[in-house]
Design a protein around this ligand. Sequence first.
Ligand code: N01
Length: 512
Amino acid sequence: MTHTLPARPDTAAASVGSGRREVGVLIVGSGFAGLGAAIRLAQQGREDFLVLERASEVGGTWRDNTYPGAACDVPSHLYSYSFALNPNWSRSFSPQGEIQKYLRQTARDAGVLDKHRFDTEMLQATWDEASQRWLVDTTNGNFSTKVLVPAVGALAEPSLPDIPGADSFRGHVMHTARWDHSVDLRGKRVALIGTGASAIQAGPKLAEQVGHLTVFQRTAPWVMPRHDRTYPAVESFAYQHVPGLQRLAREAIYWGRESYMLGFSGLTPALLMAAQQIAKHNIDKAIKDKALRAAVTPDWRIGCKRILISNDWYPMLARDNVSLETGGIAEIRSDSIVTSDGTVHEVDAIVFATGFHVTDSPMFWRMTGVDGRSLGQVWDTEGQQAYKGAAVAGFPNMLLIVGPNCGLGHSSMIFMIESHINYLLSALDTMDDQGITRFEIRRAAQQRFNDDLQQRMKRTIWSTGGCSSWYLDKHGRNTTLWPGFTFEFRLATRRFDVAAYTTSRTSERTTA
Ligand code: N01
C-alpha cells in the first residue's frame, strides 16, 4: 500500500513555536481540488500560498487508484478544469493513466509545482485565537497560516471492512485504491469483495487473467451500458483546431448530465423508471442463467446508490472462471473466505473493492477548532455538516473544498470543485478589501442552510429509493450529496457572502 491509514492523533493544541513558516493560504491535498485552487490562486497573482501533499506527486485519487481497468465514468470533456481544456483525450471516458498525465501536465504548465511541499503529511492543524491563525504541524516542518483550505477529498482513505479473521489471511491482500503491481495474479484463485464502481471496473480485467474469480456481492448494483468510444483522429483534430468546438461539446455533456437531476430530485420519476428498464435489459442481454439473473437484479430503485456503467460486468459474471457469492462473508481464514452458509472458498488473494472513509475521514480528527474539539469530534456527535459545503461553525478562517453535501450522483465533481474555488477566491478578496483578519460562519446560518438542504433531500431518490448506501452517515442523514442542480451550487458559491459570517477586522472587534 502506498500510504498507511493515519491514526487518530490527540487533539492537544499545537504550540506557537519558533520556526513555523508563515503563509497566507495553506492548501492541504493536491488532487483535482487542491491543485485547482493552487492554479487559480496563481492565476490571480497571489503568491502567498503553499500546498501540502503527503504523496510525491499531484493527482489525489487519480494518482492512487491504479487498479486494472480504472477509468472515469464521467466524460472527460466535462471531467477536466474549465480553465485547462484538453483537446487530446483519447476516448470519451478516459482511463486513469491519461487523467493522471493531464493533472501532472496541467500543474507543470501552470507553474505551481514549486508551490507544493510533497511528501508532507499534515498531522495536526489547530486554531490559535491569539494570533488568529492556524498552526499546522506536518511530517516535514511546521506552518502558521491565515487561511486553511482542506482539500483532502472524499475518496482518499480506503475502507477495509471489519471481517473476523481478516488478519489471519496468508495470501495477498489488496485494496483497489492501493494496488500492488508487484503481485502477479495470473492463474490464481482470487476473491473480489464489493460490487461498487471500482469493483465493476477491476473485475472484468481480473477475470481475464486469474484462474478463478469469486465475486462477493453484498448488494447488487444497477449497471447501465457504458457509451464509451475512442475519438477518431478527425474528431481530435477538430477539437484542437476549431475554436469553441470543445467548449460546445462540454456544454452539451453538461446539460445532458444535468437533466438526470430531474429524475434524482424526484421531480420526474418516469426518467428513472426508464433508466431502470435499460439497466434491466442490460442484465437480461448478458445473463441467461435465471438464478444468476435474479441474484444480480437489485431490489431497490435505480439511482438510490450510484448508477454504475459497464459493458463487461455482466458478461464477466457469465464466464466459466467466475462465480458470484451472495451469502455474506462470515469469516476469513488463512487460506479461505467462509460465507454465512458455512461454505469455504479457498483463495490465494483477496481484492477489497470496499470503498472509502467518506463520512468519517481520519483527516477530520486532525483539525481542532475554537473550543478544542476536532472536526471529527464535532461531526461524530452532531453529524457532518457545513455552510455551503465549505465553512464550519467553530472553525474560523477555514474553507473546505467539496466538504459535506457537495458530492454528485450525476455529473462532474470538477464543476463543484471549481465552484468552491470561486468561493475561496472571493473570500480572500473580501478579506483583503475589508481588512478582515478572522471570519467564522454564524451557527444559525449554517443550521438554516442545512435544514433547507435536508428538507430538499427528503424527496430525492437517495432517500426514497429503498437502499442503504455510503451516501448516508451513521445518523441516517445524507451528508454527502448535493440535492439540486449543479448550476444552483455554482450560483450559491459565486460570491463570498460575508454577512453570513462573524468577522474581525484590523483594529476592530468581532462583529456579532
Ligand atoms: O466503493 P463503494 P467504490 N462485505 O463504496 C461493498 C468513485 N469512483 O470504490 O453496496 C461485502 O461504492 C459494498 O457493498 P454494499 C465513485 O464516486 C469513481 O467502488 O455497501 N461487501 C459495495 O459494493 C464511487 O461511488 C469512479 O452492500 C462489502 C462496495 O464494497 C466511489 O468512488 C470509478 C463490505 C464498495 O463500493 C466509491 O466506489 C471508481 C463487506 N463487509 C470509483 N463492505 C469514476 O469513474 C463494503 N462492501 C469517476
